[in-house]
Design a protein around this ligand. Structure first.
Ligand SMILES: [Zn+2]
Length: 392
């Protein structure tokens, strides 16, 4: 394509602008190609029924392939449904990349995927499919998708621009829009009628199981709790250095990564609700939001750490109360802290976690800054067993 364009450009420099524009020529070519496809009935063996691309057929055909109109209409009534083995084409302003779906996951409400780049099948990445940009009155699920994909892409880009390289933070691998099968009649900035046209995609690194799933299968023990506390604080500390706060820390947003080489570690994911500026609001969660977030709809310096404490408490067997109102949630926090239920539970796991709960308790709702370094050092020493813990 580049060679073609260069040739075209050279000709226009030599012979002047063509009477036909490149777009006209391309459109012409597309319709001819499409007619030939229909003739050879290749489209039905190529599209796997739900409209996503199949790798086998894709690599078998080296031509640009257009899907017949009929099949486009066929899938247009269905919502996007990607299966294992489907290959998704993503485009940015200057590249196109294929990702093959290896696993379909759900956080209970939203579906996301483990995928690998077609050119590097050994690599596992998270792939998130956003909501269609033309949703004028987005459903609740679309809002969640918007936070998970569009908003999170924005945050991860900012992190990338700031040169973050903490392994406890997810990293943006690719973001762009779906290339759908069939002819795209997208006009300047808008989208065509195809249901996935312009749907945003986010691909991030570090794949692992969530703390929520670890708890379900009984894999979240004492060592995991201490490491989780350290790794999440490390992620929060790195983000805080650029003025970013998480605002949605809960067991579904922390994953346990087991690398091929080296120690397993936790990564704090789900940065879609992150707070960048004063007017941003944190996510509301009756079990995991900080007291300040529930009362004021804002975060104080220790708010993410407070959510981390709740997560460690519930994930380590602390009794999960039925909460159905903000008042009830605040009441539960008040009672649990004042009766020292949280300190006790975390103290059963480790003295360092109990001390950490004490620290967070003393800091919550105050304007004082959270001192990450002290706690990272203490937790690190504890993980490596180099120091006998003294209570604070
Ligand atoms: Zn389109």
């Amino acid at each position: 394509m580049t060679v073609l364009f260069a040739t075209f450009h050279s000709i226009t420099q030599y012979a002047g602008m063509s009477t036909n524009s490149v777009e006209d020529l391309a459109a012409d070519h597309s319709s001819r190609l499409q007619a030939r496809r229909i003739e050879r009935q290749l489209w039905d063996s190529w599209s796997n029924g739900n409209g996503s691309f199949r790798l086998e057929q894709h690599s078998a055909s080296h031509e640009i392939v257009e899907v017949h109109e009929e099949s486009v209409r066929l899938v247009s009534e269905k919502s996007m449904n990607l299966e294992i083995g489907s290959v998704l084409l993503i485009e940015d302003s200057n590249w196109q990349k294929g990702y093959q779906i290896n696993e379909v996951l759900t956080d209970g409400e939203i579906t996301y995927y483990i995928a690998s780049p077609v050119e590097d099948p050994g690599k596992a990445l998270f792939l998130y499919v956003g909501s269609h940009p033309s949703q004028l009155e987005p459903a609740w699920e679309d809002m969640k998708l918007w936070y998970q994909v569009q908003r999170q892409t924005k945050i991860l880009k900012i992190m990338k621009q700031n040169g973050f390289s903490s392994k406890y933070l997810p990293q943006l691998i690719a973001s762009g829009r779906i290339v759908h099968p069939g002819q795209c009649r997208r006009r300047n900035g808008g989208n065509c009628d195809y249901p996935w046209c312009g749907t945003p995609i986010l691909v991030t690194n570090s794949v692992g199981i969530t703390v929520a799933d670890m708890v379900k299968v009984g894999q979240f023990g004492k060592d995991e709790a201490i490491r989780c506390c350290h790794d999440c604080l490390s992620a929060l500390s790195a983000a805080a250095s650029a003025g970013i706060r998480h605002g949605d820390l809960r067991p579904e947003n922390v994953i346990f990564v087991t690398p091929g080489v080296g120690q397993p570690y936790f990564v704090l994911v789900g940065w879609g609700h992150a707070l960048l500026e004063e007017r941003d609001r944190p996510a509301m969660n009756l079990h995991f939001s900080s007291t300040y977030a529930l009362e004021e709809g804002k975060l104080c310096s220790a708010s993410d750490a407070e959510s981390l404490v709740y997560m460690l408490y519930f994930s380590s067997g602390g009794e999960m109360p039925d909460l159905d109102s903000v008042e009830g949630a605040l009441q539960w926090r008040e009672t649990s802290w004042s009766r020292r239920l949280i300190h006790q539970k975390l103290g059963d796991i480790s003295t360092v976690l109990k001390a950490f709960a004490d620290y967070v308790d003393s800091l919550c709702g105050t304007p004082y800054r959270m001192d990450y370094d002290i706690w990272l050092r203490r937790l690190e020493r504890h993980i490596h067993g180099k120091e006998i813990e003294t209570s604070s």
